[in-house]
Each structure stands twice: as structure tokens, then as C-alpha cells.
Design a protein around this ligand. Structure first.
Ligand code: ADP
Ligand code: MG
Length: 235
């Protein structure tokens, strides 16, 4: 479960301000996040993951108040609870594909790597179509393959919260479909929450709900409807 209340965030330099009076996402929801470029979609994911801290308001994820954590608690929270697919992938060029996928285990010593994780690696890599490329470096992959490595890395810890920033943005329609299947399969299997930024409206019917960021732009807290901020998308 994700619960946001009275959130305000601004980048001091750019004048951009995000105000979210209230937003709730249930634990097993698969949610599409849409909105024009610059409307704060990536910022929202970074706030939920604890990579950014709100100026005001509260963000609760599961039973944890992310917005009240110390820096080290937030780092630990991010590494152990969140699977994040970065818009620009953030793969490390000096590591192999396999090492990139397994990076979360290197970053967080509390995460256990055993037979189960080894099997998940094989199954994810197979489903993502990168099984034969685990020993390559990211620079030896196509853009779409790199994106799929980033997705495998986000899923390898079987996280309860998956935040994906345009995870199919670099993919052709067929591969995008397969990658979305992979994300949805894994999230459903682990009863996790999926928040996925997308510009591809043809994907939204696969998700439970859509949040349009346009509603949060520049609206002072309290001046707008405080419930049902999201609109349901009919199948
Ligand atoms: P989206 O993902 O919807 O395209 P972002 O969340 O990336 O939007 O950005 C929201 C707004 O904040 C944009 O106007 C962007 O220019 C601005 N912004 C993003 N990152 C920074 C930053 N580090 N410093 C200043 N402004 C930023
Ligand atoms: Mg973005």
C-alpha cells in the first residue's frame, strides 16, 4: 500500500512544484502513470522510492513512513523494498549483464542470494530474452536489450513495490508487449504494487488504474478534490 498526503515538492531552481493532496494505491494494484512531459512523473516515483524527500507532507509505503526516515534508513528502504526501472536504465558499463542484474545483492548485504535467486535470474533472463547475453557488457547490447536488463534488475529481489519509469519506451511494440507481460506476471506472482509511467495508452487496459499527473500540477494543497484523484480506465 502506498499513501501520500499533503505532499509538496519543488526543485528550488526550476520553479516546478508538485502538490498531491491525497493519493492511495492498494497493495496489489497495477497503476499506470500518465501526463505530459515535465508533469512530475519521474519525480513522483523518486519521492515514493525515497530517492527524493518531500518539502512537506507524508509518504507511507506499507507500514513505513518514508518521508520521516533518516538518509541511511531511506537508502536501506530503497535497496531492500523497491524495484526501480530507471528511465535511462542506469546500467554500469564495467559490469556484465549478469552482474548488473545482481547488483542489488551487492548493494544491500541484507539481501540473500541463494538457489531461489539464481533460479529467478534464469527465469527472468529467459522471459526477457537476454539469457544468452548474460556475459556481455551493456555496451554490447541494443537499447531494447539494455532496457530489459534494467527490468530484470528491478525484479530480481522480488520486491513488493515496483516503480518503472517508461519501461517500454525503447522497445518495439512486440517486445514492449512481452516486457509488460513480464512485469505484470512478476508483480502478480509476488502480490506486489506496480507503478508504471507510460506514454503508450494502448498499455493502460492491462493495468488496474491510471493516475494522470496533470491534476497535481500547481494545485495548492486543499484547493482541489481530496479524494478519488485518479480516474479509472474502462477495459
Ligand atoms: P516527467 O517525468 O513527467 O517528464 P520530471 O519529474 O522529470 O517530469 O520533471 C518535472 C519537472 O521538474 C520538469 O519541469 C523538470 O524540468 C523539472 N526537474 C526535474 N529534475 C530537476 C532537477 N534536478 N532540478 C531542477 N528541475 C528539475
Ligand atoms: Mg520522466
Amino acid at each position: 500500500m502506498i499513501r501520500i498526503s499533503n505532499l509538496r515538492y519543488s526543485y528550488g531552481s526550476s520553479g516546478f512544484q508538485l502538490s498531491i493532496p491525497r493519493l492511495e494505491v492498494t497493495a496489489t494494484a497495477k497503476v499506470g502513470i500518465v501526463g505530459p512531459s515535465g508533469s512530475g512523473k519521474s519525480t513522483l516515483l523518486n519521492l515514493i522510492s525515497g530517492a527524493k524527500v518531500p518539502n512537506d507532507g507524508e509518504i507511507v509505503v506499507g507500514d513505513l513512513s518514508v518521508s520521516s526516515m533518516s538518509d541511511s534508513q531511506r537508502r536501506n528502504f530503497r535497496a531492500s523494498r523497491i524495484g526501480f526501472v530507471f528511465q535511462d536504465f542506469e546500467l554500469l558499463d564495467y559490469l556484465t549483464v549478469e552482474e548488473n542484474v545482481l547488483l542489488p545483492f551487492g548493494i544491500n548485504s541484507h539481501l540473500k542470494f541463494g538457489q531461489e535467486q539464481r533460479e529467478l535470474l534464469e527465469s527472468l533472463a529467459g522471459q526477457a530474452g537476454i539469457a544468452g547475453k548474460l556475459n556481455r557488457r551493456p555496451e554490447q547490447l541494443s537499447q531494447g536489450e539494455r532496457q530489459r536488463v534494467a527490468i530484470c534488475r528491478a525484479l530480481i529481489t522480488a520486491p513488493k513495490i515496483v516503480l518503472a519509469d517508461e519501461p517500454t519506451g525503447s522497445l518495439d511494440p512486440q517486445t514492449a508487449q512481452e516486457v509488460l507481460n513480464l512485469l505484470i506476471d512478476q508483480v502478480s506472482k509476488h502480490s506486489a504494487t506496480l507503478l508504471m509511467v507510460t506514454h503508450d495508452h494502448s498499455q493502460l487496459h492491462r493495468l488496474d488504474r491510471t493516475i494522470d499527473m496533470a491534476q497535481f500540477l500547481g494545485s495548492p494543497v486543499g484547493s482541489r478534490v481530496t479524494d478519488s484523484q485518479s480516474r479509472e480506465v474502462s477495459p
